[in-house]
Write a protein that binds this ligand. Structure first.
Ligand code: ATP
Length: 300
């Protein structure tokens, strides 16, 4: 998918299994929304093939639309409409909608009262958009950054709802740049960066592969620029050292007593005072950092 000279999605190849929650994870501008919009039939790719439930999302759109639900990143409702009015309208367009009261209650939309859409908070607009996407009992649900701007309670409710839909047989594709969301929700994660697929697997496969764990070393003064290289040399083997910020390093490899002893010895030798030295499993954020050298929150 190109926008003028800019290639937003580049040779991306991925499959979403039925009945799963699949997360497309990547930083801002990675091409997540473009990928989803292409699958939803809003954009026609300049090259490549997209099939959704076996259908061409542009050519066979009429057939596809009743079977999918779409939650856009923003918008999708008239500015002056009330939440329940909007939801009732969308429900009326579907053959067998979920009772509106049920969704209003579940997603706390009753608190929106008579407030027009444009005056709802970001989190309330998100909840309404989610209700609109699921009210038609879609076989396949696309949700773009579903919990952006939601408070922790609304995030939990959203996660529960998406899990229940999956358990009832729906297939869900979501984009997110929250790694905890992908870790908690997704059966399968596709990590994309600059429009390309850079890793795929279950959160477990991506974070726990090959007995790899991590050591985080945070120090009181910024590291000298040569620190990652020198620490890597001291540790040897397959250990990787990735700078997270000027005062912290992520060490990936066997997080055992020998490695810890070597890290301590390196600190002593280089006059570095550790503030925190912690052991843990890799997170998806660490995986992304190792693959790209950048954090998920950073713009590309
Ligand atoms: P975000 O997390 O910020 O929503 P994203 O991963 O969804 O990001 P996209 O919105 O797909 O990323 O954008 C991918 C790239 O394409 C970005 O560099 C963006 O600036 C560019 N882009 C997106 N839409 C357009 C457009 N209509 N015209 C020109 N460039 C666009």
């Amino acid at each position: 998918m190109r926008y003028g000279a800019k290639t937003a999605v580049d040779d991306l190849s991925l499959t979403v299994p039925r009945g799963s929650i699949t997360a497309v994870l990547g930083p801002n501008g990675a091409g997540k929304t473009t990928t989803l919009e292409t699958c939803e039939g809003y954009r026609r790719p300049q090259a490549g093939t997209v099939r959704v439930l076996g259908l061409d999302p542009v050519r066979e759109r009429r057939e596809l639309l009743p079977r999918i639900g779409v939650m856009l990143q923003s918008g999708g409702a008239w500015s002056g409409v009330r939440a329940d009015e909007m939801l009732r309208h969308i429900a009326a367009l579907h053959a067998d909608p979920v009772p509106v009261e049920l969704l209003v209650d579940r997603l706390g939309l009753d608190e929106c009262g008579r407030t027009p859409y444009r005056r709802l908070s970001g989190g309330q607009q998100q909840r309404l958009a989610l209700a609109m996407a699921v009210v038609g009992r879609p076989e396949l649900l696309f949700v773009d950054e579903p919990t952006a701007g939601m408070d922790p309670g609304a995030r939990r409710t959203t996660w529960e709802l998406l899990n229940e839909l999956r358990d009832d047989g729906a297939t869900i594709v979501l984009t997110t740049h929250y790694m905890d969301e992908a870790e908690r929700l997704a059966d399968l994660v596709h990590v994309i960066d600059r429009g390309r697929l850079i890793a795929s697997g279950s959160p477990f496969e991506l974070t726990r592969s090959k007995g790899v764990s991590t050591i985080r070393l945070v120090v009181t003064e910024p590291f000298p620029p040569t620190a990652p290289e020198s620490l890597r040399a001291a540790l040897g083997g397959d250990t990787e050292v990735t700078p997270i910020n000027p005062q912290s390093l992520l060490i990936t490899g066997p997080a055992d007593a020998t490695t810890l002893a070597k890290v301590s010895a390196w600190c002593e030798e280089h006059g570095v005072l550790p503030e925190t030295l912690s052991l843990g499993q890799r997170t998806l954020e660490d995986v992304f950092l190792q693959l790209t050298g950048r954090g998920l929150e950073e713009e590309q």
